[in-house]
Design a protein around this ligand. Structure first.
Ligand code: EPZ
Length: 423
């Protein structure tokens, strides 16, 4: 297990470039591998542990993808038949494995996916995924920890994917990848509007699918009988971009972030502006500066276009250095606050309540040993380590490797003192 050893206090200056989106690459690769009757080429796929896990899952199903880390290109061959089982060993490593459910069912009439269960960011049910498959006419049951789904041919239907916390990214992706091959028209209400869903939809349409309404909460999908492979470049990772914007703000250097998609960052940019962090754009590159100190502001996470839950932890890190009190409410995953306890080890003043955290700004943080509990929690500990006085050791960085490409190299290149220590 690797650790990061960080010596804080170095202002970051220079340019960090944003990689392709993890959360768009995963479903797009699944769609290509399972639904494509000819080969696909997917560009701008980040070199991440989750991408490797997905390739292992696809290999288990019977398809051998080729990935070039240098060109960030994933070649996905067409397949005539595949296995239909996603085993516990892989699903437990990566919940996004559940994305194989819809497309396997649509193309091969059967899927057997290990139940993902809970994870570090709280309870994460899959009832909406199952409800979507049933609405499309599948027979679904859960047996011995496996989701077993079957259907001769899925049938188009009209239904809502509204859950207790609004729309679901994963259920929308799964239903889209199933409905594209269903007989007739599917109308999905309360669909997720996240840019990653739009990107998946665009890819599916390139394969020959007929999806309308992408980016809105109602999707209309006309089923087709087959899909070919396609070429596609994945959108930039908005969460990675937001993380580096916050890194620039916390370290108060003069960091530039390049290759970001400004439209996808609206809610984060609005909050940064409110916090008196200046972000100046020139094309797809922006410069982050903090001329007057960080203002404490309140934030509530929401589905897109609201403030993303995947940036909540990093924003909390920023608020630890604010000039007053900030209330952070988590609407999507109310228990996603593991990072708060670790930030306290570094001297942060955070009080946890139900689904919320009250953060009182402190003048400085102090280095300490901390542990990454999940991907974004790991990132905020790195950010905090970059500004803390003295040495911070972040353990369990495999969480960070799941979703941030070459994080320590990117940060070192702009002046951070961070080294990876392998045990
Ligand atoms: C996706 O997870 C992302 N993962 C998550 O990114 C992200 O935090 C999340 O969307 C929210 O934006 C991928 O894209 C691979 P949801 P997903 O279904 O699809 C409830 C990261 O750090 N719900 O939109 O699993 C659920 O409990 C990660 O990169 C149900 O009730 O999230 C939550 O409260 C972590 N029933 C809400 O909906 C269901 O069947 C939204 O979850 C499904 C979800």
């Amino acid at each position: 297990m690797d650790r990061f050893v960080i010596r804080g206090g170095k202002p970051l200056a220079g340019t960090i470039s944003v990689s392709g989106s993890k959360n768009a690459s995963l479903p797009i690769a699944v769609a290509a591998a399972i639904l494509g009757t000819t080969d696909s080429v997917i560009r701008n796929v980040p070199d991440l542990r989750d991408v490797q896990t997905l390739r292992r899952l696809l290999r288990h199903l019977g398809t051998e993808t080729e990935y070039s880390p240098a060109s960030h290109t994933l070649f996905v061959p067409a397949s005539e038949s595949l296995g239909v089982e996603a085993p516990y060993e892989l699903v437990s490593q990566m919940r996004a494995s559940i994305y194989v459910l819809g497309p396997l069912l649509a193309r091969f009439g059967r899927a057997q996916v290990s139940f993902p269960g809970g994870c570090a960011i709280g309870t994460r049910p899959v009832d909406l995924h199952l409800r979507g498959m049933e609405a499309l006419g599948a027979y679904v049951r859960v047996e011995h920890g496996y989701i077993l789904a079957q259907a001769r041919r899925l049938r188009g239907a009209e239904f809502s994917l509204r859950g207790p916390r609004g729309s679901s990214v994963g259920a929308t992706a799964n239903v889209m990848m199933a409905a594209v091959l269903a007989e007739g028209t599917t109308v999905v209400h309360d669909a997720a509007r996240e840019p990653e869903i739009v990107d998946l939809g665009r890819f599916l349409n390139r394969m020959g699918a007929r999806i309308e309404g992408l980016g809105s909460s109602t999707l209309v999908i006309q089923g087709v009988s087959t899909l070919r492979g396609a070429e596609h470049a994945v959108i930039p990772d908005r969460i990675e971009a937001a993380s580096y914007l916050i890194a620039g703000a916390m370290t108060r250097g003069e960091l530039r972030v390049s290759g970001a998609e400004r439209r996808h960052l609206s809610a984060v940019l609005a909050k940064l502006t409110e916090a008196d962090v200046w972000v100046d754009w020139e094309g797809d590159t922006c410069r982050v500066t903090v001329p007057n100190g960080i203002r404490s502001v309140d934030v509530t996470t929401d589905t897109y276009p609201g403030f993303p839950t995947d940036v909540q932890a990093q924003f909390m890190g920023l608020m630890c250095l604010g000039d007053g009190v900030s209330r952070i409410r988590e609407r999507i995953f109310p228990d996603r606050f593991m990072h708060a306890l670790e930030l306290q080890r570094l001297g942060a003043n955070i009080q946890l309540g139900e689904g919320e955290a009250i953060v009182r700004g402190v003048p400085y943080l102090t280095g300490a040993p901390v542990m990454a509990g999940d991907l974004r929690a790991g990132m905020v500990l790195i950010l905090a380590g970059l500004v803390a006085r003295g040495e911070t050791v972040v353990s369990r960085v495999y969480h960070v490797d799941r979703g941030y490409e070459r994080v320590e190299e990117k940060l070192r290149a702009v002046g951070a003192d961070i080294v990876r220590v392998s045990e």
